[in-house]
Write a protein that binds this ligand. Structure first.
Ligand code: B3K
Ligand code: ZN
Length: 883
């Protein structure tokens, strides 16, 4: 495999202007004809034209109507080279044969449950036809599809349907035309037995857009929420970003075999069915929220990704970071902003921080790649979204919107870079962004230390920052970054102090803004060491730092536990109230881990119990916020903070604290369960979701007690549940402990839902991620369950992917967890290399554990490496620096 470098980027020698594709779909093979008008970039230069093509059988190739003879072209397993094309514009025609029914990679054109379907991003189009498979080749497409009418009554592609009709011999055809130029990764085709739920969206300029959600007939009743979500997203993008939809039709197709969540193909989004189908009886609040979010995400790509696309794959975050940011904002506006922010920051900490601290650490804009598929990462997506958020923090909402407007104005119809986005933000606001671009090129999570001091005489309050960025593979020396730190000061009654001016860099700068009082200001930390001195501070304040989590860093402050309890109780920034609780919980957990390792008795600080109790009883707080605030940091987060990760100790401590809280606050939790039952019909709105979240979190705590009364309660909740959120939460509570109640409930649940794949997947996930001792045996058994199928990505994610969520079982000291995953990865690689390499990433931080575990993990990695016929994806995933 060849490594590709950003610094080697070259403009293409040839552009493509129009692309006319024609597919003859058939059971045995598919014939793809492509007619491309080619335009040399520089007139008169006749360098070879190199086309990508993988697993293709070339039938013929013509230029300007003349079939090429031997010697005029060269074809191998990866490319077709036209040795000396004519100078000037010309027409290239190829005919190729492909075998979709044999394609298990779920990339290119493949079959899923009898339907034809495509996935081209990043480099799947080359499995369909010979093409310059790179995103800076943007062209206008037409697509003719022909297939048997009874097997494939619905034929879809991008753009507008311009012609259709019946043919002799039972075939029919459809011709689609996409008026917008696009890169080939946005091409899509679907053919099969599908029905649509139809609706209409009227855009801000009064145009009517036909909305169609396509599924197999039996799934159609479950598409209501998808339509609702799509309309909400279309309206939101108009309201918040001024972006109107640009075609008269928008299709979404739901498919059961899909490698990821969904794909933003122009006007023909293709979705994993788990992100389309929902009903109150079968889907949880989390499912409903995920559908809203992902439908929003793919829809928003129409402008950020499709109309303005990426010049090359190093720029992936240009569309993904930005679109994640947009979907985060959308979900915030549709629900609770604070709770959404908490969820997003937790996700960043759970997935991106470990990545940034491990062998796979890479910048938001990677410098090189071998397999692009391996770069759809938490860094490119989640950290990329944080980078976009920082522009907004620095510029304010209006400034950010000005920057976005300029970005669209400058680059509509182009394939551009992260620097172009940066320049639009800067130019629209005349802003000084110092070395902000380092966020794209420098990997690693910055560590920022802050110390504070109050000078009563001078009435000044000083914050001293120092920052370091840890070395990462290939980047041993780091420069200081530009870190926006949103900060406020609390007085002794817990109220925000009004801020007036700050002394910094030899100057006194006013932070006021007209006559409006200012309570939060954004400090621009740009140096290795730096001091900010607030003036006119009448009493010693408690600082609230990094409000709303204004930068993706690890902040280490000198706040005392008392300060943190104070912030937990009073901060006007709700995110920081949650954060204060989390910092306290992390400290507490780490201190008990030490106790556990020394064989000392574990203890729970009464002040912590009191803090949790106050939150639980504070009726002014949003209930979903309470549910988040009483949830302890995950085991992974704690292990991340340890020199040598100790899964057993962390698990024991977290279990102990949960149980202790449950027993000391039992009555409070019981009341919460009773008070927050939803009697009415299921409604997906914030108020109802918040009630359910609080009730079910309380139930989860209670489940850790050994108590007859609680078992009764859980069974009661399970039996009386009227929606999946409540039913599944009760099941999860019952399943916390091994025993008959657990076995019966799991069996009962399967019997009730065995006809519904998506629900059965959750049932798999619940069991595989369980912490009950020796669970790997159950997972082996479930692998041969009739409902499991290793070819279906959703099932693999549920049963195999979720196993690693149980740190005690995956990292079991006897090596059984590693052995299980090792065996599966080898098996999976034969079918779907992308999925195998995602699964193997569970091993990527094996050096973080003790020696025994290291040896066990290493043995599995070596075993995988020695397997025959390893895929490129997997080889590369395994050859990351530390493994
Ligand atoms: N753009 C796609 C991701 C494609 C990944 C291909 N391996 C989904 C999304 O982020 O919207
Ligand atoms: Zn995306």
């Amino acid at each position: 495999p060849k490594e590709i470098f950003l610094k080697d980027y070259k403009l293409p020698e040839y552009y493509f202007d129009t692309v006319d594709l024609s597919f003859l779909l058939d059971e045995e093979k598919t014939i793809v004809s492509a007619k491309i008008s080619v335009v040399p970039r520089v007139d008169g230069a006749a360098s070879p034209l190199v086309l990508d093509g993988v697993d293709l059988k070339l039938i013929s190739v013509k230029i300007n109507g003349n079939e090429l003879k031997e010697g005029e072209f060269h074809v191998d397993s990866r490319r077709l080279i036209i040795t000396s094309p004519p100078s000037g514009n010309f027409i290239l025609e190829t005919v190729t044969e492909i075998l979709p029914h044999k394609n298990t990679s779920l990339e290119g054109l493949y079959k899923s449950f009898g339907k034809f379907c495509t996935q081209c991003e990043a480099e799947g189009f080359r499995k369909i036809t010979f093409y310059q498979d790179r995103p800076d080749i943007i062209a206008k497409y037409t697509c003719r599809i022909e297939a048997n009418k009874s097997l494939y009554p619905v034929l879809l592609s991008n753009g507008n349907l311009i012609e259709q009709g019946d043919l002799e011999g039972g075939n029919h055809f459809a011709v689609w035309e996409d008026p917008f130029k696009k890169p080939c990764y946005l091409f899509a085709l679907v053919a099969g037995q599908l029905e649509s739920r139809d609706d209409i969206f009227t855009t801000c300029s009064g145009r009517k857009v036909a909305l169609k959600i396509w599924t197999p007939p039996q799934d159609l009743p479950k598409t209501k929420h998808a339509v609702y979500s799509l309309k909400a997203a279309m309206k939101w993008d108009e309201d918040v970003f001024g972006r109107e939809y640009d075609l008269d039709i928008f299709n979404i197709v739901s498919v059961p075999d899909f490698d990821m969540g969904a794909m933003e193909n122009k006007s023909l989004n293709i979705f994993n069915s788990k992100l389309i189908l929902a009903s109150p009886e079968t889907s949880t609040d989390a499912d409903y929220a995920a559908i809203l979010r992902v439908i929003g995400h793919e829809y928003f790509h129409n402008w950020t990704g499709n109309r303005v696309t990426c010049r090359d794959w190093f720029q992936l975050s240009l569309k993904e970071g930005l679109t994640i940011f947009r979907d985060q904002e959308f979900s915030s506006d549709m629900g609770s902003r604070t709770v959404k922010r908490i969820g997003d920051v937790s996700k960043l900490r759970t997935y991106q921080f470990p990545q940034d601290a491990g062998p796979m650490s890479h910048p938001v804009k990677p410098h090189s790649y071998i397999k692009m598929d391996n770069f759809y990462t938490a860094t490119v997506y989640q950290k990329g979204a944080e980078v976009v958020r920082m522009y907004k923090t620095l510029l304010g909402s209006q400034g950010f919107r000005k920057g976005m407007d300029l970005y669209f104005q400058r680059h509509d119809g182009q394939a551009v870079t992260c620097e172009d986005f940066f320049a639009a933000m800067r130019d629209a606001n005349d802003a000084n962004f110092a070395n902000f671009l380092l966020w794209y090129s420098q990997a690693g999570t910055p560590i920022v230390k802050v110390t504070s001091s109050y000078n009563a005489e001078a009435r000044t309050f000083s914050l001293k920052f120092s920052q370091t960025v840890p070395p990462t593979p290939g980047q041993s020396v780091k420069e200081p970054m530009f870190i926006p730190v949103a900060a406020g000061l609390l007085d002794s009654s817990g109220k925000d102090m009004q801020l007036s001016s700050i002394y910094h860099d030899g100057k006194l700068e006013s932070v006021t803004c007209g006559s409006q009082p200012v309570y939060t200001t954004v400090l621009r930390v740009t140096k290795g060491e730096e001091e900010f001195i607030f003036s006119d501070v009448p009493e010693k304040p408690i600082p609230s730092l990094l409000r709303g989590y204004s930068a993706p860093i690890r902040l280490q402050s000198d706040l005392t536990d008392n300060d943190l309890f104070f912030l937990l109780a009073h901060d006007s920034d709700e995110f920081n109230r949650w954060e204060a609780g989390q910092i306290l919980a992390r400290k507490l957990m780490l201190s008990q881990v030490v106790n556990y390792q020394k064989n000392n008795a574990l203890i729970l600080d009464p002040q912590f119990v009191h803090g949790i109790k106050c939150i639980l009883l504070d009726s002014s707080l949003d209930k979903e916020f309470i549910a988040k605030a009483i949830t302890l940091p995950g085991e992974g987060e704690i292990m991340d903070m340890m020199e040598v990760a100790d899964p057993d100790a962390v698990h024991a401590v977290r279990t102990f604290i949960r149980k202790q809280l449950a027993s000391e606050l039992k009555q409070v939790f019981l009341n919460l369960v009773k008070e927050n039952r939803c009697s009415e019909k299921y409604v997906f709105d914030h108020t109802n979701m918040a009630r359910r979240a609080l009730k079910n979190t309380a139930l989860g705590y209670l489940a850790s007690l050994e108590d007859e009364e609680i078992t009764e309660l859980m069974l009661h909740e399970y039996k009386t549940a009227t929606n999946m959120t409540d039913q599944f939460s009760a099941l999860a509570a019952i399943a916390q402990k091994p025993g008959k109640a657990r076995d019966d409930a799991l069996a009962n649940f399967y019997n009730q839902w065995q006809h519904d794949h998506l629900v059965v997947n959750e049932w798999f996930a619940l069991q595989s991620s369980s912490d009950i001792p020796g669970n790997v045996e159950n997972v082996y058994k479930l692998m041969s369950h009739q409902a499991f199928d290793i070819k279906n990505p959703n099932k693999v994610y549920s049963l195999i992917g979720k196993f690693r969520a149980s740190h005690v079982n995956f990292h079991a000291k006897d090596g059984s967890g590693y052995k299980f995953l090792g065996e599966i990865v080898v098996q999976l690689d034969k079918l779907n290399p992308q999925m195998a390499s995602r699964m193997v990433s569970a091993f990527s931080r094996w050096k973080r554990y003790d020696e025994t575990r290291q040896d066990l993990a290493k043995a599995q990695l070596e075993m995988i490496l020695s397997a025959n016929g390893l895929s490129e994806n997997l080889q590369i995933a395994l050859l990351s620096p530390s493994s």
